[in-house]
Design a protein around this ligand. Structure first.
Ligand code: ATP
Length: 444
């Protein structure tokens, strides 16, 4: 499979089957903003729920929050985003396109007569680089003036830092402990693209773990290993996962150490989660800018310190793209091509297709009853249209792990066949045992 081709096929499948649609498509779309359709929303919810469960419910040292998108503008001064979250950009005066100043396609020096526009090819029309802030700005209240400027948050992390004391005091946690959050973030990206990989509105799943200085390196290693294992347990192909360690040049101003978890997309290896040792930078800055003390009194030793923070930052949309790309397979079954999404059953949008073999002899009635019974516990899809082979294929393409078929034998002995999406094996299961049978295989 040629790589560019694969991505095109995935984008087209995503639209055809209701995973992802372009935002405002009937108006020609909005650049790098995407909507999730009926199957996509389930996939993303399942991923978010799995992450939340592993962070909040399966541990006793992490609490959840849901902070507002709009925050006091001083937050972004303290975080460094007002001053530092900028990219140098150049404009072409001829074709009005805008590029990052370090775009490798630009020949010559922007601002000088020799500089050539990568789009229209004219020379001498590129402006000198200008700084451009990636935060979306808006105004709070009725007057659009400088004093009323607020930003759409470009990361969820700050909502955790400013609530650190509130959570500490209300939850009775002790350092080391973590705070996790899932929420929207916005960045006015200049080079978006590659489908949902880099978008201007996206969702992050971030966990900030507060530790005693000196314990930070141990916790950093622990979280680095745990986060990689989480993706492997999700069934993502291990050979397509790797770490990338940030070099001194790449390290953000606040970070002591950083590793990206990268996935091998059809368009190359790219980050989808970051693990960062942010030191005491964040709480230190908020302490300075807010004038509120954010240090911690260790009850065991009576020591006071500003905790270090180990951050794990995962994009929900990027993870959904990893899951989609990794699940996509084209293969031949009994001499016929099939497209199948091999999702881990726990994240598959629909858990089982329910089919009467034929539309007579009472089979649809039995199958409808079975579907209704399963629906109390999991999303299922009832389908009685077309040949059974075609119905299986439709569910393969949607990533549904199990196909339950009611046939002639069902009417005699109350058993159905359960077809496994990946092995294609069919097992006969008693109708009364079906829910348990499926539940055991869903890996929830
Ligand atoms: P990139 O260099 O790819 O833009 P980044 O290094 O700026 O990412 P972080 O600020 O560390 O990313 O954000 C953490 C995670 O949030 C990323 O690993 C990614 O999954 C997600 N993310 C960041 N920016 C975007 C975006 N524009 N669209 C979708 N997901 C994003």
């Amino acid at each position: 499979m040629a790589n560019a081709n694969v991505m095109d096929k995935i984008v087209s499948l995503a639209k055809r089957r209701g995973y992802v649609f372009q935002s405002s498509e009937i108006y020609g779309g909005l650049g790098s903003v995407w909507d999730y359709g009926p199957l996509g929303v389930e996939l993303k919810r399942n991923l978010k729920e799995r992450w939340w469960r592993s962070m909040i419910y399966e541990r006793d040292d992490i609490e959840g929050v849901d902070a507002a998108i709009l925050m006091h503008p001083k937050v972004w001064e303290a975080s460094g985003h007002v001053a530092g979250f900028t990219d140098p950009l150049v404009d072409c005066k001829q074709c009005k396109n805008r590029f990052r100043a370090d775009d490798p396609r630009i020949k010559g020096t922007p601002g000088e007569p020799d500089a050539q526009c990568p789009t229209c090819g004219t020379k001498g029309n590129l402006t000198a680089p200008r700084m451009f802030n990636l935060m979306f700005k808006t105004f709070m209240g009725p007057v659009e003036e400088q004093a009323a400027v607020v930003y759409l948050r470009p990361e969820t992390a700050q909502g955790i830092y400013v609530n650190y004391l509130n959570v500490l005091q209300s939850s009775r946690q002790k350092v080391p402990f973590g705070i996790a959050q899932i929420g929207k973030a916005f960045r006015n990206e200049i080079t978006p693209g590659n489908f949902t990989f880099r978008t201007r509105e996206f969702e992050q799943m971030e966990m900030q773990f507060f530790v005693k200085p000196g314990d930070d390196e141990r916790w950093f290693e622990e979280w680095r290993a745990a986060r990689m294992q989480w993706h492997v347990d999700l069934g993502i192909t291990a050979a397509k996962l790797r770490f990338h360690q940030h070099t001194a040049d790449e390290l953000a101003h606040y970070a002591k150490a950083a590793f990206d978890i990268e996935y091998e997309f059809p368009f190359g290896w790219h980050e989808f989660e970051g693990i960062h040792n942010r030191t005491d930078f964040d709480l230190g800055r908020h302490q300075q800018h807010s004038g509120k003390k954010l240090d911690y009194l260790d009850p065991a030793t009576n020591e006071r310190f500003v905790p270090y923070i180990i951050e794990t930052s995962l994009g929900a949309d990027r993870l959904a793209l990893v899951a989609l790309v990794d699940a996509y397979h084209e293969e031949e079954v009994e001499g016929e091509p099939r497209v199948v999404l091999r999702f881990h059953p726990a994240i598959a949008p629909i858990k089982a297709g329910v089919f009467p073999l034929v539309k007579k002899d009472g089979m649809p009635e039995v199958a409808t009853r079975i579907a209704a019974d399963l629906r109390r516990e999991m999303p299922v899809f009832y389908d009685d249209g077309g040949s059974i082979g075609r119905r299986y294929r439709r569910q393969d393409e949607a990533g549904t792990p199990f196909g339950v078929t009611v046939d002639g034998q069902t009417l005699e002995d109350q058993t159905v066949t359960v077809r496994d999406r990946d092995t294609l094996q069919q097992t006969r299961v008693g109708v009364d045992k079906l829910r348990t049978f499926l539940r055991e295989r869903l890996g929830w």
